[in-house]
Structure formats: structure tokens, C-alpha cells
Design a protein around this ligand. Structure first.
Ligand SMILES: [Fe+2]
Length: 273
């Protein structure tokens, strides 16, 4: 696994740092909602205290030797022999306006299966193209939120793409809770399921510093959505593997996590903009 510390300086004492959770952008797929993706990117670009992370499946990255391969599910502009390179390049182009606010890129299962076939890692190439860290499969990220008066708040985030087949919100959240449980963190985030959800204030009790009482801390969970529509009309009769398996319609957009400096409150949210 990876660890990463990321500092945000000179935050006003009532400042709210927002972390946008991009995931499953599947660039290259024919059903991508680029307008919604641009809306989320503009939100990050416009808010000085906003940051972002990509939780994997940044491109479609499926090649002809993969059982999910379906040339009809690729956007016509990507039906070329080097479509994976093109997907990485497009990802760099899309995220370039907010690259200075990026914590890093996590690898998803689409990058991983391409890596197994080719020894080339599109998630790492995207991170290198944006000059931001590649954060591997699982990562503990410590945010150092520094206020103007010198106070420092250091919440820890556990981040992964995830690999569950759970189809219900309760099953997906339970998977995230179980997998993040061994890690000391205030926030746990994942993607993969193409559904958005947030769960706040799981209370964890610990003994206080003075040794005379119990003290409550809390943990917060967010699951990121996707930008790939499961069902969309193109008029040519083609369907993606997701439609053929009759998957539930995806939840489009980012989830996010807010860090309120004034009262050191954390809030996981199932939307960004
Ligand atoms: Fe995905």
C-alpha cells in the first residue's frame, strides 16, 4: 500500500476544505457524461479550498483479448488501435486545469487488467502526465490542514478503488466498513460500484489523554459515483456489457468529503457540485 501526506496552507479559521472524489470516468466509453464531468471539474477549479482525488477506472482500457471487449461500446473517436494511449492522453487533457489541486490517482480494476496483459499501467501514466502522485491500490492519506493562526489539523483518509460485487447500498457500505476497519483513519472512501453514497458519524470510543474518561471520535464513509451511463440511446442497436448484464442504472457524478476547520467536523456527502 501507499502513504501520502498532503498539506493545505493558510486556511481561514472558518474554512471548509472539500475533497472531490472522481472515479470511474471510463474515458473512451461511448456512454460518458462529459458535461457532468466538466461541471465537477469547474467546481474544483472555482473553489480555492477544494481538492480532488481519482479513485480509479479513469479510462475504459479494455482491449480485444479481454472478455468484456465490445468495440461498439467504445466512442467512435476511440475505435483506433492505440485507443488506450488515447484514453490516457484525453484524461490528462480533461484533468489538466485542476492538476495543481490533485492529491493523486488510485488504480482501478480496468487499469489493473490492462497492466496484467501489457505491463503498462495507465493509472501511473495519467498521474505522470498530470505530475501528481500515483497512489497504488490502497492508500492512507494524511491531510495537513494548516490554519492562518498556525493550528494544524491532520485527518487521515483511507482510499481504494474497491472490488466488491455488492449491489445494495447496505452491502456496499458494509464492504467499505469491513475493508477499512483495520486502518486508523477518520474517513474511508472507495468507488467501483457506480453508485453514490455517504454515511457519517460512526462513533468510535477511546480512552482520553488524561486517563479519566471515554472520548468519542467518529469515522465517515463515502462511495464515489461514475460518469459512465449504463443505458443510453445511440440509435445503432449496440449495447455495452453493462446493459447486456442488465446492471442497475449508474449514479453519475462525484461524491465528496468536507473538512470544517472551525469545529474540526468532517462530513461525507453523496454529491460534489
Ligand atoms: Fe468503474
Amino acid at each position: 500500500m501507499e502513504v501520502h501526506e498532503y498539506t493545505i496552507r493558510r486556511v481561514p479559521k472558518s474554512g471548509i476544505v472539500t475533497l472531490g472524489l472522481f472515479a470511474c470516468t471510463h474515458i473512451g466509453h461511448a456512454g460518458i457524461d462529459y458535461d457532468h464531468l466538466q461541471q465537477e471539474i469547474d467546481f474544483i477549479a472555482d473553489k480555492p479550498l477544494s481538492r480532488w482525488i481519482h479513485l480509479g477506472d479513469s479510462g475504459e482500457y479494455i482491449t480485444a483479448d479481454d472478455k468484456r471487449w465490445e468495440i461498439g461500446s467504445l466512442d467512435p473517436a476511440f475505435r483506433v488501435s492505440d485507443h488506450v494511449d488515447l484514453q490516457v492522453d484525453r484524461g490528462v487533457e480533461i484533468f489538466r486545469p485542476i492538476k495543481s489541486k490533485g492529491l493523486g490517482i488510485i488504480i482501478g480494476n480496468h487499469e489493473d487488467s490492462y497492466l496484467k496483459h501489457t505491463q503498462s499501467n495507465p493509472a501511473k501514466r495519467l498521474a505522470q502526465g498530470l505530475q501528481i502522485p500515483f497512489l497504488g491500490y490502497t492508500c492512507l492519506i494524511r491531510l495537513r490542514i494548516e490554519s492562518r493562526n498556525g493550528d494544524v489539523w491532520r485527518p487521515v483518509i483511507y482510499a481504494m478503488h474497491g472490488d466488491t460485487h455488492a449491489t445494495t447500498p447496505a452491502g456496499q457500505l458494509n464492504y467499505l466498513k469491513v475493508k477499512s476497519n483495520p486502518f486508523a483513519c477518520q474517513v474511508a472512501v472507495m468507488a467501483h460500484v457506480h453508485m453514490k453514497s455517504a454515511y457519517n458519524n460512526e462513533v468510535i470510543l477511546a480512552m482520553n489523554e488524561a486517563g479519566d474518561d471515554v472520548e468519542a471520535t467518529s469515522r465517515h464513509y463515502a462511495i464515489a459515483g461514475t460518469f459512465q451511463k449504463t443505458y443510453y440511446t445511440r440509435g445503432d442497436g449496440n449495447a455495452s456489457y453493462a446493459e447486456k448484464k442488465h446492471y442497475a442504472p449508474s449514479a453519475i457524478g462525484c461524491s465528496s468529503v468536507e473538512f470544517h476547520l472551525a469545529d474540526r467536523l468532517i462530513r461525507a456527502k453523496d454529491y460534489l457540485s
